[in-house]
Design a protein around this ligand. Structure first.
Ligand code: ZN
Length: 309
């Protein structure tokens, strides 16, 4: 696996997520001057820096061949960017964990227009109207969509195109379940979503359980899960390519426990064969490992992978 991307021609804050737009630019959702640390939220998950949005554009589109900036959006809108997705109509879906909200934006000659806004700004919750640090969105060709909600609620919600709730599933696995015992449908931070549309599946990076769980798009029931000792206990994001019966591309993260030689994992990207569940190959930056990769995307043919540190 080669990383052939040019260096982005702009300095960014912490990069949270990446997506391709319809013109094959690489869209980056970054945090500008924000650093997520222990002071960012209080114990009730309320953001401590309200009324102070990130001034600079948080969405930057880079030309894939030159790395030049194609366009920029999202200034004075976001507080702690998390997920970015582009749907088949070119609309940009974003999650902000400080706002506890999900947005659907459309590019216009004057900037952006808001097509949909879900959740209540700065108000975390687990009711039907609220989210708590939502992480990611996946949009079906017919416009129905899924939200991973998120750091606190550990649930997946399916919506109609108009934003009506259709399905919800998932429970929190943070009550003493290690991977070996975390049952199906339990999440320890559902952190990223990807569609495997040809298989009729939605796959979820179940971050602190170190696994990918896949569910049927139509009814949200469990289909399969993927975990490997090579990947380890933390799996931050997942991408999918419809080749050879289905391939998952995942990035893991550094261990949080005590690292012993027996419990050491390399922080890399890994390719998983969905038919066998086996890791086929691994990849990373030239001559080394990633630090803490947060997202991954891949071209549909599986030829090029994009990852950001
Ligand atoms: Zn995250």
């Amino acid at each position: 696996m080669q990383n052939n991307w040019p260096s982005p021609k702009k300095k960014l804050g912490d990069v949270s997520a990446v997506a391709f737009d319809l013109a094959n630019n690489v869209l980056v959702f970054h945090r500008g001057d924000r650093i997520w640390n222990q002071l960012t939220f209080n114990m009730a998950n309320v953001y401590e820096g309200a009324n102070n949005p990130i001034i600079e554009p948080t969405i930057v589109a880079f030309d894939r061949t030159t790395g030049a900036v194609s366009y920029e959006l999202g200034e004075n809108m976001f507080y702690m960017p998390h997920g970015i997705t582009v749907d088949q109509e070119g609309c940009i879906w974003l999650t902000d964990v400080a706002l506890h909200q999900v947005f659907k934006l459309k590019r216009t000659p004057l900037g952006v227009s808001k097509q949909l806004e879900l959740g209540v700004a700065f108000r975390p919750g687990s009711s039907q109207q609220k989210f708590c640090k939502p992480t990611s969105v996946a949009v079906l060709p017919d416009g129905d969509f899924f939200v991973a909600d998120g750091y606190c609620n550990a649930r997946i919600i399916k919506y109609s195109k108009a934003g009506e709730r259709l399905l919800t599933w998932g429970r929190n696995a943070f009550q003493g379940h290690a991977y070996e015992t975390a049952p199906e449908n339990f999440f320890a931070v559902p952190h990223a979503l990807v569609l495997a549309a040809d298989l009729g599946l939605l796959c979820v990076a179940d971050r602190e359980n170190g696994r990918v769980q896949c569910f049927y798009i139509k009814d949200g029931t469990f289909h399969s899960q993927y975990h490997s000792e090579i990947v380890g206990d933390r799996l931050f994001s997942v991408a999918y390519a419809p080749i050879q019966g289905g391939r998952l591309y995942v990035v893991n993260g550094p261990s949080v426990g005590i690292e012993t030689p027996e419990h050491y994992v390399e922080v890399l990207g890994f390719v998983i064969d969905m038919k066998t569940g086996k890791v086929l190959s691994k990849f990373g930056p030239k001559g080394g490992q990633f630090q803490n990769p947060h997202d991954i995307i891949i071209t549909p043919d599986g030829a090029e992978v994009s990852f950001f540190l």
